[in-house]
Design a binder for this molecule. Sequence first.
Ligand code: NAD
Length: 301
Amino acid sequence: KVLIVTRTFGKYSQEPIDFLRKNGFETIRADTIDPDALKDADALIVGTHPVTAEMIENSNLKIIAKHGVGVDNIDLNAATKKGIPVTITAGANSLSVAELTIAFIFALSRGLVWAHNRLFQERKWEGIIGQEVSGKTLGVIGFGAIGREVVKKAVCLGMNVLVYDPYVSKDSVRLSEATPVDDLDHLLRESDFVSLHVPLNESTRNMIGEREISLMKKSAFLINTSRGGLVDEKALVKALKEGKIAGAALDVFSEEPPDPGSPLFECPNLITTAHIGAHTKEAIYRMNMMAAQAVVDFFSG
Ligand code: NAD
């Protein structure tokens, strides 16, 4: 029995469900994780819903297949203690998240959301002076599957790219025509756009706080398509309200969905999307099939 708790599994195509059924699995879909359902299931396919230690300890799960790559919602220690493997759909959504990141770069540099709202909602024929991205410096934090795709696209746009990732070789960064930096502060000081592509864990939580934002140029933009917990949102709100940076784009939030009364929604020059980085037909198809394949592979040894 496979319990499926993710918004997009099998939503646009029956193929992953048929694939599991053809391989002898019964599929059960749910909107939230019910601990009783976990006792009854052999496998869990999960998106961003929290999978706590208590849920894992009281379950009969043999495998947890993450529908995506960020495993910060799964208590890995509890899974390891119980000998439950956790798989990810590595690389399945990298292109889509990288494309959204580039879309944010253009939206911020040309004030696209502002311009759309002026004309479409207020019928005001007003111009906005933006800037070209070519020749600007992009600071990429995290040179993994998504970071690399962002770098590739930014280089094609004529941007100078700095990369901070202490866990990869500098040569691999140079091969992408980007410049590796040893010091995050240096990247923050030099960049016109700063984009986050690291996992959320105890060492990266709030890695962009008041001090880090204060190092950024007043004209710089911050983009987070990774995890909300990487950015101290209070510090970001303060910086945007006080004009310490020029703007920001967030696809992810420390609490999802964010409280409708969150001060984030009062910020000037903030554009937001509802964790849609991986929401393309192509990425969803790849994530669905890879997660289903992981379950089938595990039980076939
Ligand atoms: P990845 O594991 O391929 O790459 C992560 C990179 O971060 C690695 O190269 C690692 O060395 C680097 N890193 C780790 N800690 C670091 C630190 N302290 N400083 C600098 N670099 C550090 O992961 P990925 O596939 O590129 O995904 C990155 C993150 O994007 C995921 O963990 C997930 O949280 C997020 N994500 C968001 C969406 C979305 O819908 N918005 C979709 C997919 C992934």
